[in-house]
Design a protein around this ligand. Sequence first.
Ligand code: HEC
Length: 117
Amino acid sequence: MHLPALSLLLIGLLFPAAALAETRADTLDSERQAELKTLLYQDCGSCHGMTLRGGLGPALPRDRMEAFSPEALTYIIQHGIPGSAMPGWKTLLSDAEARWIADHLRTDNSLETLQQD
Ligand code: HEC
């Protein structure tokens, strides 16, 4: 049987654990992941550089992002950095989407490092 979206929503409301599982980054479909990638390199990139090499905001290379826990990075993306130009993205991104960007920055990031070899 194919459950309509509303039933899934109700199940999510009745069972908070199930709702929590839905916030996992790996539940996002590939289309949304592609949109988030565009958001990262264009919107975040407007301050951090389109190649994440820095601009108004600092560079975001993978090796530097790995120094943050996934939870800490997700928190920064959701709430921004008060007193700085770094905005919070809570109204634009779901928890799972913020977490997906955090994971992407720590693993698939197109900018490996700023170190020269
Ligand atoms: C309007 C400009 C602006 C935009 C847009 C922006 N940031 Fe930032 N971001 C900043 C600035 C400035 C800082 C440095 C704040 C400070 O610590 O003083 C920062 C800091 C950060 C940090 C901490 C970096 C570190 O090494 O300490 C992360 C991670 C980050 N931004 C990720 C993102 C992501 C992901 C997005 C898009 C969802 C984004 N930012 C969009 C300006 C921006």
